[in-house]
Design a protein around this ligand. Sequence first.
Ligand SMILES: NC(=O)c1ccc[n+]([C@@H]2O[C@H](COP(=O)([O-])OP(=O)(O)OC[C@H]3O[C@@H](n4cnc5c(N)ncnc54)[C@H](OP(=O)(O)O)[C@@H]3O)[C@@H](O)[C@H]2O)c1
Length: 321
Amino acid sequence: MSKSDKIYVAGHRGMVGSAIIRLLKDQGFENIITLTHSELDLTNQNQVQEFFSQEKPDQVYLAAAKVGGIFANDTYPADFIYQNLMIEANVIHAAFKSGVKKLLFLGSSCIYPKLADQPMKEDALLSGYLEPTNEPYAVAKIAGIKLCESYNRQYGESQGIDYRSIMPTNLYGPGDNYHPKNSHVIPALIRRFHEAKINNEERVSVWGSGNPKREFLYVDDVASASVHVMNLDKEIYDQNTHEMCSHINVGTGEDLSIGALAKTLKKVIGFTGEIEFDSSKPDGSPRKLMDSSRLNNLGWTPKFNLEEGLQITYQEFLELK
Ligand SMILES: NC(=O)c1ccc[n+]([C@@H]2O[C@H](COP(=O)([O-])OP(=O)(O)OC[C@H]3O[C@@H](n4cnc5c(N)ncnc54)[C@H](OP(=O)(O)O)[C@@H]3O)[C@@H](O)[C@H]2O)c1
């Protein structure tokens, strides 16, 4: 691709979209189009079609979505399934109609069954029941993968359509959402440890036993994976995927317990009190780790270790205060 190609990043104010923009600009891409949610509501089909027919981008990164933690997913299931389905269907179809050949869709590791074998490989998709709390979101994300695959299958050869999907593990980093109820585990714990430090509290209570293991990826790493996958040679991409299992996992390949995560955050934030695990709260799946060997074999590895990524994230959190 050329540095003057017109690239549309949907969701550019979000954590991932803003990291993709930072990276594209660093790489010398200047013809990047962005519109805020209030300028272009991606759930509105007419607005999206009009935008694409006017702009006709060369590439699209689809990082706009309704995103949230367990509480938000469980409380607003209709919003999560409706908005995500509409965003994906509108953007992917309008991109196709306006002649976009290359598009990258961002899904999530929650597409995999609750009891999938660990680490989860791409072919675990649709092999079992989903985690009920975020099933509506996961179903919408699965539809996004299948939209990309279906356009490739129907129009790939005749019109050169090449739409790809990546499934990142749990992400964190600058630009995250620190809402007290609707956030993911890392921003929620950063807020709680920070507030406990400022208020000289003796202890911080963490949901669950602390035993479940999770994987976390720094957002600049998912941005580099996005650009890497978007620009992989088609022949190589096709050799490493299947037309009906075309998505690619993005993770670090390492997980840690929530207890170990809490201890690392306590150190990064400088909280000197105790950590208390509230075992009356649910733990969720005992382990969720992605198998990212497909992407590793395609030449990508993450750059940031967890403590380093958390340090940068906490600095940004302090600047927001
Ligand atoms: N965060 C994670 O841990 C994680 C993990 C795995 C995968 N992912 C995936 O990565 C992608 C980006 O996630 P993120 O964490 O960057 O989310 P985010 O910070 O919430 O950003 C999402 C962006 O999408 C925009 N948006 C939402 N609805 C829109 C609409 N109807 N029209 C226009 N824009 C709309 C939001 O704008 P407003 O804020 O103005 O609504 C926001 O800028 C998502 O597809 C998500 O599934 C995220």
